[in-house]
Design a binder for this molecule. Structure first.
Ligand code: E4P
Length: 224
């Protein structure tokens, strides 16, 4: 899997999908707001369907917009119907630590054939429980983990070891990238996938010394 793109900008998805270097896209309400998506659920739907169609069969993650258990379940089922390759993002718990979410996630995965990306997690132990509940993807916000003074690479290594040890099929998404370095670092540490800001892909790709070398080839070709 390796690289997902963390954006709702259609042009950015198109640009990197054409290069063949992304294997999925992730969004959340904050990203959509920042990227200029508007119009409430209709706007989210339009943007999501466009991206899902463009990257099919690769997955697109779209997040539910409320935290009431029945509302989450119904909305998740609706989002998943927009396209076959839409996965639904649900946070590990509510804003005050409400515990309803895992039961909803378990139902969606086991009874409703909806693939869930459990999000907003900051530790291996949260991700382990989400994986036990049946989540297809577990998203750990590695940049935020590091910001709090913990070590994201250590969490990733522990988590990967546990998923492998107990044959849990969840894929680890390392999210919340802060530096270009994070991509390879987090994949090396044990993430199956890193979800990357578009600007970081350019940072991974372009190297000043490569530029100079290409210029040398082109200049010398003229002189031949
Ligand atoms: C993951 O899927 C999230 O969309 C995202 O990476 C969160 O990153 P942030 O910490 O920059 O908000």
């Amino acid at each position: 899997m390796a690289i997902f793109l963390d954006t709702s900008k259609i042009k950015e998805v198109e640009k990197y999908h054409k290069m063949g270097i992304i294997r999925g896209v992730t969004t959340n309400p904050t990203i959509m707001l920042k990227d200029g998506v508007s119009g409430g659920m209709a706007g989210i739907k339009q943007c999501s369907i466009e991206i899902a169609k463009m990257i099919s069969p690769y997955p697109l993650s779209v997040e539910v917009t409320n935290n009431d258990p029945k509302g989450m379940l119904d909305q998740a089922r609706e989002l998943a119907q927009w396209a076959d390759n839409i996965n639904v993002k649900i946070t590990i718990h509510g804003p005050n630590g409400e515990l309803d979410n895992l039961a909803v996630i378990h139902d969606l995965e086991t009874k409703h054939n909806v693939r869930v990306n459990v999000t907003a997690m900051m530790s291996a132990q949260q991700c382990l429980l989400a994986a036990m509940a049946g989540a297809s993807y577990v998203s750990i916000f590695c940049g935020r983990v590091n910001n709090m003074g913990y070590n994201a690479c250590e969490e990733l290594a522990k988590l990967r070891q546990l998923l492998d040890q107990f044959s849990l099929p969840a894929q680890i998404i390392a999210a919340s990238t802060r530096e270009v370095l994070n991509v390879v670092e987090w994949l090396n540490a044990g993430a199956h996938i890193v979800t990357v800001l578009p600007s970081f892909l350019e940072g991974m790709l372009v190297h000043p010394y490569s530029k100079e070398t290409v210029k040398m080839f082109l200049d010398d070709a003229v002189k031949l």
